[in-house]
Design a protein around this ligand. Structure first.
Ligand code: ADP
Length: 249
């Protein structure tokens, strides 16, 4: 579904991350890990088509990303940003209905079918009771679940998520992880960044460890998320990681 081929990403000609290769199929989760400033956001922005690759190619399906029309892209690729405070007091249901925009004609209003899809997405995320509440008045965790429901209502095959569990309490972190697994089981291709290796260990089919301008490791979480590799990635003594992650085995 999503393929990165010899991809170099960066800003205004300055490379941030070089030589990235990745194949993500339907029903798989890839997790991106790396210290602050290692280029995770830059890579995600390139995957979404917001930044042009400096070298190489992003493939979505059988076509390079740059050849996709905006509407076709919005029907195929959903982005779940971090849940910041919303600016306008849309209801949670209206936020989720925005996921239907790519499926509507110009100036068309959401149909009953769109509302049913939004309702089903809210139910899958376990928040149907929040439908009428202003998005600005629900908690950070509930906003993150609402943004996941919006991506679900978009009916896109590929989901890209920027640290979907950051700023969430423990219960909501587990809820979001369970929903990511459910989306994977429904055949979505899921690409996410996280600062939590234990989350990657739980949901990832493959991990991508990035730092110092390149991919430092790539493959199965069992192989790569070891105290030694994480220690090298985050510049921490492996025994500190062992002491922490040991509880998650
Ligand atoms: P991460 O998400 O892993 O914390 P970023 O992708 O945000 O890392 O940043 C990687 C590098 O790119 C940093 O050196 C940062 O200063 C630089 N950078 C980020 N955004 C921009 C921008 N808009 N213009 C120029 N450089 C940027």
């Amino acid at each position: 579904m999503l393929e990165l081929s010899d991809l170099t990403v960066g800003h205004r000609g300055r490379a941030v991350l070089r030589s990235i290769n990745l194949r993500l199929e339907s029903g798989q989760v890839a997790v991106l890990l790396g210290p602050n400033g290692s280029g995770k956001t830059t890579l995600i922005r390139t995957l979404l088509g917001h930044l042009p690759p400096l070298w190489g190619q992003v493939w979505l399906g059988r076509q390079p990303l740059r050849e996709w029309s905006r509407v076709a892209l919005a029907r195929t690729l959903a982005y779940v940003p971090q849940a910041h405070q919303g600016l306008f007091a849309f209801t949670v249901e209206e936020v989720v209905l925005m996921g239907r925009t790519a499926h509507l004609g110009v100036f068309a209003l959401p149909s009953q079918a769109d509302r049913r899809i939004a309702q089903a997405a809210l139910e899958q995320m376990g928040i149907p009771h929040l439908a009428e509440k202003p998005y600005t008045e629900v908690s950070g965790g509930e906003r993150q679940l609402a943004l996941l429901a919006r991506a679900l209502a978009q009916e896109a095959q590929v989901l890209v998520l920027d640290e979907p569990t950051s700023n969430l309490d423990f219960g909501n972190q587990l809820r979001v992880l369970a929903q990511l697994e459910a989306l994977r089981d429904q055949g979505k291709a899921v690409f996410l960044s996280t600062h939590q290796p234990e989350h990657a260990r739980r949901v990832a089919d493959q991990v991508l460890l990035v730092g110092e301008g390149s991919v430092l490791g790539q493959g199965s979480p069992q192989t790569w998320l070891t105290p030694e590799n994480l220690g090298r990635l985050y510049r921490v003594e492996p025994q500190h990681i062992e002491a922490y992650l040991g509880n998650f085995r």
